[in-house]
Design a protein around this ligand. Structure first.
Ligand code: ADP
Ligand code: MG
Length: 242
């Protein structure tokens, strides 16, 4: 049984055909790493899965919630899908803990005390139990991104989408964020992540997807694909000698 099932999905921005028939299945508890050059449609695909973008044809199903092109009732989908972006976008006037409490309180109407308990749990999960009352500008970039992950987890998503979540970080802060993602994967979280961290994709990914010009150009076991790319485009991308 797939948790996420995408069939024949097409997406255009005006004349530009950005997703050209995407078929993708993700099983519960599986980590899918999406790689590819800038402009190949990776972010658009994630945004579509999260209901941030509409699509022109095909179907998208997440945990039994099935969407066809043109449907506008996205509430159920958005409750099932969490997303973390390159930019952390924390509210600067709220503490880390309050940032994490916000969505449960506002979107799910969870009462304050329960929301705080959830937020403390999630802050602990990302290794920041002792930073609950800190403001974003008192935290490093890596810590802020971990708060952003905790904020997504506080909504208990069925699947977490990560779009280049370490790309805006100084190199020495990348590993602490990847360590949190690795832990989530080990705990059984279903993850779909766009990443430039090839080693991480290889080690943690159950499935690798290489996107090229709006299509899934190669797909399969990360280790097999990295060791033996079957297309010149993927070989070029990973810098292999083909
Ligand atoms: P990637 O994440 O792989 O770099 P994107 O999904 O961001 O690729 O973009 C794929 C293509 O769609 C690019 O050509 C980009 O310019 C275009 N695109 C993305 N978002 C929009 C938008 N909101 N309006 C018009 N074109 C867009
Ligand atoms: Mg992108």
């Amino acid at each position: 049984m797939s948790l996420v099932d995408i069939n024949g999905l097409h997406k255009r921005f005006g004349d530009m055909h950005v997703l050209k028939g995407i078929d993708l299945s993700v099983k519960e508890g599986e980590v899918t790493a999406i790689v590819g050059r800038s402009g190949s449609g990776k972010s658009t695909l994630l945004r579509t899965i999260n209901g941030l973008e509409s699509f022109d044809s095909g179907t998208l199903e997440v945990d039994g919630e099935r969407l066809s092109a043109g449907r506008t009732d996205l509430r159920q989908l958005r409750l099932k899908v969490g997303m973390v972006f390159q930019q952390f976008n924390l509210y600067p006037h709220l503490t880390a803990g309050k940032n994490v409490m916000l969505s449960p309180t506002v979107v799910k109407k969870t009462d304050k005390r329960e929301a705080e308990a959830i937020a403390r749990d999630m802050m602990a999960k990302v290794g920041l139990a002792d930073r609950f009352d800190y403001y974003p500008d008192q935290l490093s970039g890596g810590q802020q991104q971990r708060v952003a992950i905790a904020r997504s987890l506080a909504m208990s998503p069925k699947v977490l989408l990560c779009d280049e979540i370490t790309s805006a970080l100084d190199p020495e802060l990348v590993n602490e964020v990847l360590a949190v993602v690795r832990k989530l994967a080990e705990d059984g979280m279903t993850l779909i992540m766009v990443t430039h961290e090839m080693r991480f994709a290889r080690e943690v990914g159950d499935q690798l997807v290489f996107m090229h010009q709006g299509r899934i150009h190669e797909q399969g076991n990360p280790r097999s694909l990295f060791d033996a790319p079957s297309t010149p485009e993927f070989a070029n991308f990973i810098g292999a000698v083909s």
